[in-house]
Design a protein. Structure first.
Length: 217
């Protein structure tokens, strides 16, 4: 792993450097410029709040191609009942706060520190981060947020207060943008997203898709 200089915004080239088990660098800071530059390279921060910042670019990469979204018969019935409504960027701060605070099975605490949350809020204020909200009876019951780079959406975290809310939001998003978003980056494997059609692809393939619409490359 490479230690980053806080005074210089740079990363090892993920095309040629694999790091250790997906971690290619550590240290640096969480400035807006550094975080945005990292995502354009296919790198994301993921660490415990009491540890140094770790920067990841795993191989393989867990992604979903929107046209490959899988909708079970039970989910089709739920969606056809129209019990959920959806919006975008209507309440980014509440979505990310819920992602930070929601209790998750098998986890204690959260990787989403206040500092990192504030970075994404600022990126949203600059029009670089977006949220999807899921509503039931005018109450926010689910959602997720991420960064969009060209035709790639880099998903960060999701939450659900009622059963199937986040799944419904994800399906809504994939179906709506299946002709304009080529790939949704899910970063790390979850059974939840695998059931919706997410799968592993080589890092090389992921970076090729990402860089095709990345003006920095």
């Amino acid at each position: 792993m490479v230690r980053l200089d806080e005074n210089e915004i740079s990363f090892p080239d993920p095309k040629v450097y694999d790091g250790h088990e997906g971690v290619i660098a550590f240290g640096g800071d969480l400035s807006i410029d550094r975080v945005w530059f990292a995502y354009q390279l296919g790198i994301f921060p993921w660490y415990n709040p009491d540890e140094e910042i770790l920067w990841w670019c795993p191989d393989p990469r867990f992604v979903l191609f929107p046209k490959e979204i899988k909708i079970s018969k039970s989910m089709k019935k739920i969606l056809n009942r129209n019990i959920f409504t959806f919006s975008e960027n209507k309440n980014f701060r509440e979505v990310i706060r819920n992602c930070q605070e929601i209790s998750r099975k098998g986890q204690t605490g959260t990787w989403l520190s206040d500092e990192l949350m504030n970075v994404f809020i600022r990126l949203h204020d600059y029009g670089l981060a977006k949220s999807i909200e899921v509503w039931q009876d005018e109450e926010l019951v689910g959602g997720f947020y991420g960064l969009q780079i060209g035709n790639v959406f880099c998903g960060e975290s999701m939450f659900a207060k009622v059963s199937n809310a986040s799944k419904a939001g994800f399906i809504y998003f994939a179906e709506k943008y299946q002709n304009s978003i080529e790939l949704i980056d899910c970063q790390s494997h979850t059974d939840h997203l695998e059931s919706l059609g997410a799968r592993m692809i080589p890092k090389k393939e992921f970076l090729k898709i990402l860089y095709e619409n990345n003006e920095r490359r």
